[in-house]
Design a binder for this molecule. Structure first.
Ligand code: GDP
Ligand code: MG
Length: 162
């Protein structure tokens, strides 16, 4: 079976945009309102000649009721099934309490994690990305999923982790 790469993070950080960028086509649903991807969705993907299964997930909110709890459950399942995880943070927002809770869950999973500092659309955002060293997940890769900036370096790091 192909290695599985799961993309997780809070709602609206740009997970589905990143998935589309990696796929090279618009297949994952992108929405301005949070929480559109309710379930795990898997896509066949390839980078630098290596094939893998790419999993988009719903946003992860910890300790919330109803549908959001189900979304969180899906993300947790996705991590459990993954060989490696891309954890997406919105660098323009910085790390939130929820992000820090997710970091604890990721650590507990023992899975390799690559930290994507998304929405770094230009050089001015690099400093925002650097603050994410504070999450303790190693190097934050500054990325603009929207424009494609930095995604090559991110994927190279992901393939090293797979
Ligand atoms: P998800 O909920 O994490 O899957 O986030 P989406 O991929 O649906 O994106 C949420 C919103 O953020 C959309 O309006 C995207 O266009 C926007 N977005 C995603 N990536 C970027 C980025 O790199 N830069 C900017 N400026 N906006 C982005
Ligand atoms: Mg989404």
């Amino acid at each position: 079976a192909l290695p599985v790469l799961a993309v997780v993070g809070r709602p609206n950080v740009g997970k589905s945009t990143l998935v589309n960028r990696i796929l090279g086509r618009r297949e994952a649903v992108v929405e301005d309102k949070p929480g559109v991807t309710r379930d795990r969705v898997s896509y066949p993907a390839e980078w630098a000649g290596r094939r893998f299964t790419l999993v988009d997930t719903g946003g992860w909110e910890v300790d919330v009721a109803g549908i959001d709890a189900r979304v969180a459950e899906q993300a947790e399942v996705a991590i459990a099934l993954a060989d490696a995880v891309v954890f997406v943070v919105d660098a323009t927002v910085g790390s939130t309490d929820t992000d820090e809770q997710v970091v604890r869950l990721l650590r507990r999973s023992g899975k390799p994690v690559v930290l994507c500092a998304n929405k770094v659309d230009g050089p001015a955002g690099e400093a925002d990305a650097a603050t994410l060293w504070g999450l303790g997940l190693g190097e934050p890769y500054p990325v603009s999923a929207l424009h494609g900036r930095g995604t090559g370096d991110l994927l190279d790091a992901v393939l090293d982790a797979l």
